[in-house]
Design a protein. Structure first.
Length: 277
């Protein structure tokens, strides 16, 4: 495979958006129409990571990079900024937010061998620097521990995780995972009560949300990303279900005509097959 440079990608993007000789589809796009593809490509990167498919990850990262180039090109055409300004701003920000790596505030500066900055100290410094940046822009300092800018498209599990993490930074958190198990059990009982007493769909939905929120909290205490965990669980369920359908068909059965007990038998066979595969 030939080696392509970033300049090659910028040239390619320019050709696609060339008003005279470009691609008709690419020329019709704007920020709004491309945004859904940006989200889709981000999700495909996450899927490749969850499945540990690194050949596919390489391709999906390329697709995501193309989205960055596409948005940058449209911004350049509108006179807002270009890709080089995007890259320069990113380098400047990363250098500024990593003083423990770039003590003189330049890419060339090197940290002292005696520097023993911990990961927790890095996070604390990062937040302090972000706050100074906001003040420099004239933004008012938030009086709340809650994050001020969470994307609307952020997965609900990830949003819950970030909100809980923010609360934990100011001490609103259990010191360990054990009480979270009790909280989860409490939320399960509240759902059962809402169903048993026929309190209505909205009440049940509220209690289910509380249960999911508590499960996210457990994942956070166990240092496990809840969104990635659910992705992997969903992938595992899909593969196992498909294997049940295949096994049933190979044995001459219509899967949907099987009893629940028969389906369960195929499910258990699928579990054994996956665990040994």
């Amino acid at each position: 495979m030939s080696q392509s440079s970033l300049e090659d990608l910028l040239y390619l993007m320019g050709r696609l958006r060339d008003p005279e000789a470009g691609c008709p589809w690419d020329l019709e796009q704007d920020f709004t129409t491309i945004a859904p593809y940006t989200l889709e490509e981000t999700c495909e990167v996450l899927d490749a990571i969850a499945s540990e498919d690194f050949d596919n990850l390489r391709e999906e990262l390329g697709d995501l990079l193309f989205q960055v180039l596409f948005h940058s090109r449209m911004a350049e055409e509108a006179g807002h900024f270009d890709f080089h300004q995007v890259a320069a701003g990113l380098v400047e920000k990363m250098v500024r937010r990593h003083p423990h790596v770039f003590p003189a505030g330049t890419l060339e500066s090197i940290k002292s061998p005696d520097d023993e900055t911990t990961s927790d100290q890095v996070v604390e410094s990062w937040q302090a620097i972000k706050q100074k940046e906001k003040q420099a822009k004239g933004e008012k300092a938030s009086q709340s521990a809650m994050p001020t800018k969470l994307p609307a498209a952020l997965p609900s599990l990830t949003r819950a995780f970030k909100l809980q993490k923010a609360a934990a930074k100011v001490g609103f958190d259990w010191p360990e995972a054990e009480p979270v198990f009790d909280k989860i059990q409490e939320e399960i009982e509240e759902i059962r009560e809402a169903v048993r007493e026929k309190q209505g769909k909205e009440r049940v939905a509220e209690e289910l949300g509380d249960l999911l929120f508590a499960c996210v909290n457990l994942g956070r205490h166990l240092s496990v990303d809840p969104d990635m965990s659910l992705r992997k669980a969903s992938d595992k369920f899909e593969k196992r279900f498909r294997s049940m359908e295949v096994r049933a068909a190979e044995e001459g059965y219509e899967f949907q005509q099987l009893s629940l007990d028969e389906m369960e038998a195929y499910w258990q066979q699928g579990k054994v097959s996956q665990s040994s595969g």
